[in-house]
Ligand binder design. Structure first.
Ligand code: GTP
Ligand code: MG
Length: 255
């Protein structure tokens, strides 16, 4: 068999699982830290339930993906050990091949996070194709609600652990309990959930914004104001309907 024919025959197998995101679908990628329960509790012993160093490594990873993955990402969101990335509607990198998106993003996130942490850590990645703007805002509202529920539960869990319960007892105590019950549990111990930092309840957003920088024009030696686009980490994301509008704006600004 000539090499050309051989090559053609083998490519059929290689490409048999390839999928593409259909045109007009909005793309969101979600990355999640692999076995980060062990990493955060046993290997690195991050502060629980929330550690600012861990949060900053997660947002640092989002920034690395937005700056150098080669994809046009208009908004990045992080909560707990996960990251969601909203793609520019016209991003056509790798012909929207799912395999390339997943592997490139997971590889880059793992590398960026590992360098910051100083040891190997990995992320998985899934692509979520969304059919319209309503589902895009639903997606981000969903992850924000997940962040809220996780954080309320985590604060209660670590409160019970500090009170002397072991892992199983604390988990059992909270299993099936309502949000109102958990809020009340914290309140009874002097913690008002509403007063906790916004980022712990809603997660962090990363996006580009225009900033004005003061410089000196070397030709005239006078002060000049220039505008630059830079990545910004927002630790006070809006909530509910306001957050939905906030997310859609990143797409509207680009269309
Ligand atoms: N100590 C600490 N842990 C955190 C922090 N943020 C997230 N985590 C932990 O990260 C883990 C994320 O949960 P999962 O993604 O469901 O669990 P996982 O162990 O990563 O499992 P897989 O994702 O299935 O591989 C939870 O155990 C969280 O408590 C933090 O700021 N401090
Ligand atoms: Mg994980």
């Amino acid at each position: 068999m000539r090499f050309n024919e051989f090559d053609k025959m083998m490519r059929v197998y290689e490409e048999s699982l390839d999928q593409y995101i259909l045109p007009d679908m909005y793309i969101v990628a979600r990355l999640d830290g692999r076995s980060f329960t062990r990493l955060t509790k046993e290997i690195c012993k991050f502060e629980a339930p929330f550690d600012v160093r861990f949060r900053d490594m997660m947002t640092g990873t989002v920034k690395a993906l937005m700056e150098s993955s080669g994809f046009r990402i208009v908004y990045g969101y992080s909560e707990s050990d996960e990251i969601s990335l909203l793609f520019h509607p016209e991003d056509n990198a790798f012909g929207r091949k799912v395999r390339k998106l997943n592997t490139t993003l997971a590889g880059e996130a793992s590398a960026a996070f590992s360098l910051m942490l100083g040891r190997a850590a990995t992320f998985d990645c899934r692509i979520v194709p969304l059919p319209n703007l309503k589902r895009v805002e639903d997606y981000f509202a969903w992850r924000q609600e997940d962040s809220h529920r996780n954080s309320l539960n985590a604060h209660c869990y670590w409160l019970l652990r500090k009170e002397g319960m072991n892992k199983d007892e604390a988990t059992r105590e909270l299993s099936g309990k309502s949000l109102a019950y958990k809020n009340e549990l914290l309140f009874q111990h002097g913690i008002n959930y509403n007063d906790l930092p916004a980022w712990q309840k809603r997660g962090q957003g990363v996006y580009y914004r225009n900033v004005q920088k003061e410089g000196v024009d070397p030709r005239t030696n006078t002060k000049v104001i220039t505008e630059r686009r830079e990545l910004y980490t927002d630790l006070e994301l809006p909530l509910g309907t306001e957050y939905r509008k906030f997310v859609l704006k990143f797409l509207e600004d680009e269309i």
